[in-house]
Design a protein around this ligand. Structure first.
Ligand code: SF4
Length: 206
C-alpha cells in the first residue's frame, strides 16, 4: 500500500517538515484543504516567518494574504496567530493531547497526527481518508471518525499505529480515491471487501 502510493507520488509524502511547530502548523492548515495547496501555503508562510515568535509578530492581514487558498483561511489565520502567541509564550509545542487540544482550532485529529509525527507517539489521527478506507476495506464498521479511531486502535498495534495515517492518506490520494477508486489497479483488491463502493471491478474478489 505504502510502496504503491509512494510510486505514484502521493502529495502527503511531499510535506517533509521535521520541526514540531512546522508539523503542527502544516497539520492544522491541512484541514479541508488539499495537501498540495497546504504545502505551498506553509512554505510561503515559513519563508516569511519560520517560528512562533516571528509569526506572532505578523499582522492578521499579512497572515491572511500568505494563507490565501487554504480552506477557511480567515479563521485559520486568526487561530494561527493565537497558537503562535501561546507557543511563543510557553516556549514549546505541547507534547500531550490536553495541551494540543487547548490550542485554538486544534481538534482530536490534528492533535493525534502531531503527537505521532512530531513526538513519535502511538496515536492515530483519523481523517476522511482513514475513515473512508478502513470502512471500505472492512476493517471497521463505523459512522464517525471518533468511532473509527477507537475501533482501529483495538486491531492495530506498535509502529503501525503511527504510520497508518500517512499511509492511508497517501493511498486515498492515489488509489482508493473518494469517488471512482482505482480498484482494478489496487494492490489489495483480492482481500478488500469494497463496502459501499458501488462500482464493478473485474480483478476484485468482492
Ligand atoms: S479494492 Fe478498491 S475500495 Fe478496496 S482498497 Fe482498493 S481501491 Fe479501495
Amino acid at each position: 500500500m505504502h510502496n504503491e502510493a509512494s510510486r505514484r507520488n502521493a502529495p502527503v509524502f511531499s510535506a517533509g517538515f521535521k520541526d514540531p511547530f512546522k508539523i503542527l502548523v502544516f497539520t492544522f492548515l491541512s484541514a479541508r484543504t488539499r495537501d498540495s495547496t497546504t504545502i505551498k501555503a506553509a512554505e510561503k508562510l515559513f519563508s516569511v516567518a519560520d517560528s512562533p515568535e516571528k509569526i506572532a509578530m505578523l499582522q492578521l492581514k499579512k497572515v491572511e494574504a500568505l494563507l490565501y487558498g487554504v480552506g477557511f483561511y480567515h479563521v485559520k489565520s486568526r487561530n494561527l496567530l493565537a497558537i503562535s502567541k501561546a507557543i511563543a509564550k510557553s516556549g514549546k509545542v505541547p507534547d500531550d493531547f490536553p495541551g494540543l487540544t487547548a490550542l485554538p482550532g486544534v481538534g482530536r485529529k490534528t492533535a493525534n497526527i502531531v503527537l505521532s509525527r512530531a513526538f513519535g507517539k502511538n496515536t492515530l489521527g483519523v481523517d476522511v481518508h482513514v475513515h473512508r478506507i478502513s470502512n471500505r476495506i472492512g476493517l471497521v464498521k463505523t459512522k464517525k471518525p471518533e468511532e473509527t479511531e477507537t475501533a482501529l486502535m483495538k486491531i492495530v498495534s506498535g509502529n503501525s499505529v503511527s504510520e497508518l495515517n500517512r499511509n492511508f492518506v497517501a493511498f486515498g490520494q492515489t488509489i482508493c480515491l473518494p469517488r471512482n477508486p482505482k480498484c482494478s489497479e489496487c494492490p489489495i483488491n483480492r482481500i478488500c471487501r469494497r463496502v459501499n463502493v458501488g462500482t464493478t471491478c473485474k480483478n476484485c474478489r468482492y
